[in-house]
Design a protein around this ligand. Structure first.
Ligand SMILES: Cc1cc2nc3c(=O)[nH]c(=O)nc-3n(C[C@H](O)[C@H](O)[C@H](O)COP(=O)(O)OP(=O)(O)OC[C@H]3O[C@@H](n4cnc5c(N)ncnc54)[C@H](O)[C@@H]3O)c2cc1C
Length: 277
């Protein structure tokens, strides 16, 4: 059975994890405890992050929204700064899991779980979010897209903690949406998802659940940039997306279905166009 540690300061966390690497960090525990019960994780120590006040702070830092890694998704989605500047992230949390999960799960945990179906990941990618990683050696920052290196794989070194997520505020006039296709309306993992951020001059798109990590196709974004999105253009780009994605078959859907839905979701960009009119 694992020993449970409840450090109360960040220094104590770094002290706790700075020696041997036989530990797991725990935030909300909604993923970790399932993995432990299934025998996928067998650490000697569980180091809980819930008592560290600075890991739950939400504020502005250098013009970006800075969200403490251990802020719960419920708090993130309800925070005035997030509601004012990041409705895309609020929209993704609104369709994530169920109220009990959202109450316990944290933004840092959703990122570090690095699930191809993680609902906050496509929005964080199109928003250009960065993670801040802290260890006894210092602090470094990485784009979320570089931090997640594969399914359930992250660029977190032993002795490091994800402390904050730094999210640029979209330019005024930007329209954004997160569309999630699941097997049912609630408590459902994404079969395919798409986050879109559109301004007059730019389009950012990121798909979830159709590859080992969030999928971004700069050539598709470039061809939709500054365009008024006629149906023919969307159809051509949707077919291109179907060819570019690399989904797998699993218990939730076939790869062929995911490919088709990934393309179909692109047509929903027209909704953002209508919202602008
Ligand atoms: C019933 C159910 C439904 C769900 N539905 C969805 C869904 O629809 N969409 C979705 O995206 N997810 C879903 N999930 C998955 C899960 O809730 C999320 O991934 C959640 O955000 C994980 O956050 P947590 O705080 O609970 O992480 P934890 O379980 O505490 O940790 C998860 C992983 O991240 C690491 N970690 C956590 N915090 C840090 C940190 N600050 N620094 C470094 N490493 C850290 C842990 O060591 C662990 O490896 C569901 C889970 C359940 C049980």
């Amino acid at each position: 059975m694992a020993a449970v540690r409840m450090p109360e300061t960040m220094d104590a966390v770094l002290e706790e994890i700075g020696g041997d690497a036989d530990y797991s960090l725990m935030a909300g525990g909604t993923d970790l405890l399932v993995a432990m019960r299934e025998g996928q994780v067998r650490s000697a120590r569980i180091v809980c992050l819930e008592k560290i006040p600075e890991l739950r702070e939400i504020g502005m830092a250098d013009g970006r929204v800075a969200i403490g890694a251990a802020a719960t998704l419920e708090r993130v989605a309800g925070h005035p700064l997030v509601r004012r500047h990041l409705d895309l992230l609020c929209g993704a949390i609104a369709v994530l899991g169920s109220p009990p999960v959202v109450r316990m799960a944290t933004l840092g945990g959703n990122i570090c779980s690095a699930s191809p179906a993680g609902d906050t990941l496509p929005p964080l990618c199109v928003l250009g979010a960065e993670v801040e990683l802290c260890s006894r050696l210092g602090t470094r920052r990485l784009p979320v897209s570089a931090f997640i290196t594969g399914p359930r794989k992250i660029a977190l070194a032993a002795g490091e903690v994800l402390t904050r997520v730094l999210i640029p505020v979209p330019a005024p006039g930007c329209r954004a949406a997160y569309w999630k296709v699941g097997l049912r309306k609630a408590q459902s993992i994404a079969v395919v998802s798409l986050a879109a951020l559109r301004s007059e001059s730019d389009v950012r798109l990121a798909w979830g659940s159709v590859g080992p990590v969030v999928q971004v196709f700069p050539e598709v974004e470039a061809s939709l940039k500054g365009q008024c999105l006629p149906a023919g253009l969307l159809r051509a780009q949707a077919e291109r997306v179907e060819r570019l994605v690399s989904p797998i078959d699993d218990v939730r859907a076939t790869a062929a279905y995911r490919r088709k839905v990934a393309g179909n979701l692109l047509h929903r960009l027209a909704e953002l166009e209508r919202a602008e009119a």
